[in-house]
Every structure is written in C-alpha cells, then in structure tokens.
Design a protein around this ligand. Structure first.
Ligand code: CTP
Length: 413
C-alpha cells in the first residue's frame, strides 16, 4: 500500500497538546501528518514541536510568500488523502460550515477536494449552543466525518460533552477511513448489530435495565467495519461513543430496538448482541410513583418482543446469516443449542456468566474479556478466554468466510 498521508489542522484550544500525541500515534500506525497550525493554536503549542514530531515543515500563515512559493495553499489542501481538524474549535467549525476563508486553515478547508474529519473540542455550553449544533449539522450534511467529542471533566472546570476524543480514538477513526478505502472481504455487505441494554420505563425517573456495557457489540461492529462491511449498530443506552464509519442508531426500549432493526433491513447478516429486557412494566405513568400513595409494592410486567426470534423467522427478506448471543449460568451448550433451534437463528455465541470456576466469571458483563462457545449447525467450538476485541475479530473473520461462501440455511418454517 502506498504511504498514507493526512493534513492535520490544529486549532486553538487546550486540546492542541493532544494533537501532538495524535501525530505520534498516527506515525506509529504508518500514517504521515503534515501540519497547519492556526494562529490561536500557536498560543498553545509551538510550530517547532509540530514540525519535530511530523518530520515536516509546520505551515502557519496564508501570506507566507516562501511557503506559497514552495507549496501553495491549494496544493497543500490536496497533498494529503484526508484532512483532519483536531482540535476543531467552535470557530473553525463555524468558518468551515459557512465557507469563510480568511486564514491558511480556513482557506485550505475551503479549497480541499479531500474528505475532512473534525474532532471537536470546546466548552460544554459552546458545544450545546444552537449555533454550534447548526454548524455541526451543516458540516455533516456536507459530508464531513465527525469524531467525538467525549463527555468528561474539562480544563475550564466544567463537566459534559465537549472534550476532544482521545488521540488513539481519532487515530482509530483515521485508520478506519483508510481501511474502508481498501477492498475488504465484506465490502458491499450490510451487517445489522444490536448492542447494549434496554431501558424499560416505569415512570419518568425509574426503569428496568441490566448490566450490559455494549462493549462486545461495539467491538464486533468495528471488527466487521474493518473488513469492509457497511454496519448499522442499533444500540441501547451505553457510555460508549458512536464508532467511526458505523451508522449508529440509539434507542431505549426493546420495542424501539425491534423497530430500528426492522428499518435497518435488508441486511446480509444480523447479529443480536443486545441484552434485551425480556419484560417491561405493563404501565408507564407520566408522574413519578410516590411512596405515600401506596408506592411500588410490586411491578406488573408484560413480555417484550423477541427481536432475534422475529428476524430469524422472517418469511421474506431474512438476512442470510442470523447470529444470537446467549448468556447462560448452567449447561451452557445444551441450553444455547436449544435456544438456537427455538429462535431459528443460524449461530449462537454462548458464554458462561455464572460466578464460579470460569476464568472470566462474573466479569463478562461490563468487563473486557470473554470466553465463548460458538454453536452452529455443525456443532460447537469452545474458544479460549480472550479480550472482547479479539472475540470480535475472530467472529468477524468467520462471518466473512461464511458470507463469501455458498448460500446458507433459509428461514425456519
Ligand atoms: N434477544 C432479543 N430480544 C429479546 C430477548 C433476547 O433479540 N426480547 C436476543 C439477544 O440479543 C440474544 C439472545 O436473544 O441474542 C438471548 O436470548 P435470551 O434472552 O437469553 O433468551 P431467552 O429466550 O429469553 O432465554 P432465557 O432468558 O430463558 O435464557
């Protein structure tokens, strides 16, 4: 593969120091950065640091005649495969969204014919301001890629959305962009994945939920994307950011998850990783349930739709490969195989979530590791304990192999 190059525009925010780490992280991954540092950015870091880390000249001014003679801003804007703006300040986003061109960074952003990725970083109030949200929408509508921001403590002492995504996460998004440009075995295939828990409301403040973190489903979505698939991730409430280049649909309840999954079809493969609540409170009141009025002595529940079963048993338009997950505490294989047949899916990925002798016991939900047993129509296969990202990678490869092969089982009668 030829050398991958980005043009990194560093805006004026405290997070500018993290852009230096981004240059290093990208270079470790074989991606070269050429840097434009805005005037405000140069208040936070020096052109010399950026030049030393990138191994190239750091560009700072539009009317620098020497630079224009060496490389004009038009050529600069086209010299890379991707333009990354990090930190993308509210000002830089506003300028780009409105086509302003009064310095090197904004002129380059207007002149480029390459995709642009923004990693926003600003105070939470600035981020939430309708003007910034409007600009964000304009940029996204114009085709810009957005990474972050994340929620957390800010340098200004406030808390909320606005913190720039970590350099590793931006580098992941850059790598994912380049991976999508190359031919992967799942290129042209659409995969639907459900992930995370569901929240089933009782009243405006209380809900039934579970401990699912969404990590396994998100890791799987990323692994499939890395093999070239178009991925739709339908997720319940999680603390994880939307993964880059994955269509992420956020829902709360099982019924919303079913509707969003059906809307996402057709798909070549559907994977049901979500820990869907089997039940929801039969009634949801608009007012908070009060102790004085008898309060909550019992909760009457109604069964939720089974999304895996509904899609496995579709008579028309069923995805070629439907995969379910099964968390069991005893007779794992036996119960999981019975579940595969009962629901009508092709594969079940089973794991033991009982506290006890399993290496990862008790830690699967919310943890980073998993030991699974893959159950297909051809039997069972126990995989050793490994990180969830590795389970995802292996599973994605199996899926790619299977979807590349002859047609599979049809819908259950
Ligand atoms: N699932 C689903 N919709 C539901 C319940 C489960 O899509 N309403 C999916 C999960 O995403 C997962 C699999 O079904 O892929 C897990 O099934 P599980 O809830 O364990 O199966 P049950 O039939 O409810 O069996 P049990 O609770 O008795 O183990």
């Amino acid at each position: 593969m030829s050398e991958r190059k980005i043009l990194l525009i560093i805006g004026g925010g405290v997070a500018a120091y993290k852009a230096l780490e981004l240059i290093r992280e990208l270079s470790r991954r074989g991606v070269r950065s050429r840097v434009i540092l805005t005037k405000a950015g140069a208040e936070f870091i020096t052109p010399l640091s950026a030049a030393s880390l990138s191994g190239d000249k750091c560009y700072t001014e539009l009317f620098d005649l020497t630079s224009e003679a060496e490389m004009g801003h038009i050529e600069l804007s086209r010299s890379a495969d991707l333009v990354v703006v990090a930190p993308a300040t509210a000002d830089l986003m506003a300028k780009t969204a409105n086509g302003f061109a009064n310095d090197l960074a904004s002129t380059t952003l207007l002149a480029t014919d390459k995709p642009v990725m923004f990693a926003p970083a600003m105070n939470v109030r600035m981020w939430n301001h309708p003007a910034t949200q409007r600009n964000l929408k304009t940029l996204a509508d114009d085709g810009a890629l957005i990474v972050g921001p994340e929620k957390g403590d800010m340098a200004c002492g406030e808390f909320g959305y606005g913190r720039m995504a970590e350099p590793a996460a931006i580098a992941d998004a850059v790598e994912a962009y380049f991976m999508r440009e190359t031919e992967g075995p799942l290129k042209g295939k659409h995969v639907l994945i459900t992930a995370g828990p569901t929240h089933e409301a009782m009243d405006p403040v209380r809900y039934i939920a579970n401990r699912s973190s969404g990590k396994q489903g998100y890791a799987l979505a990323e692994a499939l994307r890395n093999l070239g698939a178009d991925v739709t991730l339908v997720t319940g409430p999680t603390n994880l950011p939307d993964p880059a280049f994955i269509k992420t649909v956020r829902v709360e309840t099982a019924r919303e998850m079913l509707a969003a999954s059906e809307t996402a079809l057709p798909a070549d493969c559907a994977i049901f990783c979500a820990a869907v609540s089997d039940y929801r409170p039969s009634t949801e009141t608009n007012q908070k349930i009060k102790k004085e009025r008898g309060g909550l002595t019992s909760i009457e529940v109604t069964e939720n739709p089974d999304i895996l079963k509904a899609i496995s048993q579709m008579s028309e338009g069923r995805p070629r490969l439907v995969i379910g997950f099964a968390a069991e505490t005893q007779d794992v294989v036996c119960y999981a195989e019975a579940k595969r047949k009962r629901k009508g899916c092709d594969w079940i990925v089973a794991n033991d979530v009982s506290p006890g002798d399993n290496v990862v016991s008790g830690g699967v939900m919310g943890g980073d590791r998993n030991a699974v047993i893959l159950i297909t129509e051809n039997g069972e296969e126990a995989w050793p304990d490994m990180p969830k990202t590795e389970v995802a990678r292996r599973l994605a490869e199996r899926i790619a192999k299977t979807l590349g092969g002859p047609h599979l089982v049809k819908a259950a009668e």
